[in-house]
Ligand binder design. Sequence first.
Ligand code: NAD
Ligand code: DAU
Length: 353
Amino acid sequence: MQNVLVTGGAGFIGSNFVRYLLQVELNVRVLNLDALTYAGSLENLKDLPDESRHTFIQGDICDGKLMDKIFSEYKIDTVVHFAAESHVDRSILGPAPFVQTNIVGTFTLLEAARQAWAGEGIGKRFHHVSTDEVFGSLNPSDLAFTESTSYEPRSPYSASKASSDHLVRAYFHTYGLPATITNCSNNYGPYQFPEKLIPLMILNALQGKPLPVYGDGKQIRDWLYVEDHCEAIYLVLKNGRPGETYNIGGGNQPCNIDLVHELCSILDELKPISKSYKELITYVPDRPGHDRRYAMDITKIQNELGWIPMHDIETGLRATVKWYLDHMDWVEMIMKQERFSDWLEHNYTRRGR
Ligand code: NAD
Ligand code: DAU
């Protein structure tokens, strides 16, 4: 691993990964390619551990010529592919960009890697970052997803991610592209765009706005602190076997309403106001096709690579709330974006109409 192309490295997990990689691998150079959609920001890349080993290029993974140029000019030997449209609610209201970036974009990147690495797979790695949502939805008593659970995506987002996983696997089997895939559960932590549950709840609470819980709030996610995800990906890059898939999860599975209560309790303690933040909780119409439960069986990555998550939900949530409280300048910059207020209007104000 010398010249690493990180796609989507200005987004939530990608920027955390760039920071992590520069810290743990002192000889690596990172080429960070990101289109800077609404979800990506250079604000997420301030104060990197070693700026001199980081190059940022604004560009689209669907641009084949640019991808070819990057592979040859920067002698890319490793790809860590995060770039995606990532929000389920947006995929319901407008699926087209999901098909374009997640499917066509991944295909374009795979083609560039195949051409650039033709016949010389040794020392190369294409790592694709995917999601537990490709496996569909669990009932409360079902066993957790394993790597051999069959795919049953149920939203335009998860269907597009499932397609990209299939393409990556096809390139391994057909062309011998040295690829690995990780399917991960819900991440949370610093720099998460406030459209997702945890930052949205923290920031709405701080503004005294309603905390919108979809449906009955009993849906379950397998929450993972983002730093743990970065470590797992790094171990797969170092020691994971080409052609293999690894499940990653946090083992933290509160239902949404319990999680929101926990966030409110932390805020009541760290930023007290005259009432409990719990009074802001408001049930709103459910997400169409809302997956009930996700849970990941992480036995494989634990046994093969020795990875387990280091953060439990209490320490992770507390660290996250503190991070947002300490980074209100970042928050203000993100909230000011006109496009974000449009989104809030679209998804919440007009909800159920
Ligand atoms: P994010 O939405 O915060 O970031 C995505 C980044 O990709 C943004 O910086 C955006 O500008 C960039 N991007 C979008 N389209 C692009 C394009 N066409 N070309 C180049 N860059 C583009 O997403 P995230 O939460 O950081 O997720 C990163 C990856 O991890 C995604 O592939 C997602 O499916 C996967 N994942 C996310 C989670 C989670 O809980 N957030 C869990 C499992 C897997
Ligand atoms: O499981 C991994 C996936 O987790 C990733 O692949 C996705 O990129 C990521 O966005 C996330 O998807 P979810 O749909 O699970 O995350 P989100 O934060 O949008 O929602 C978490 C749960 O909270 C879900 O059950 C919907 C609910 N929710 C969400 C929002 C934004 C609410 O009740 N209210 C809200 O306002």
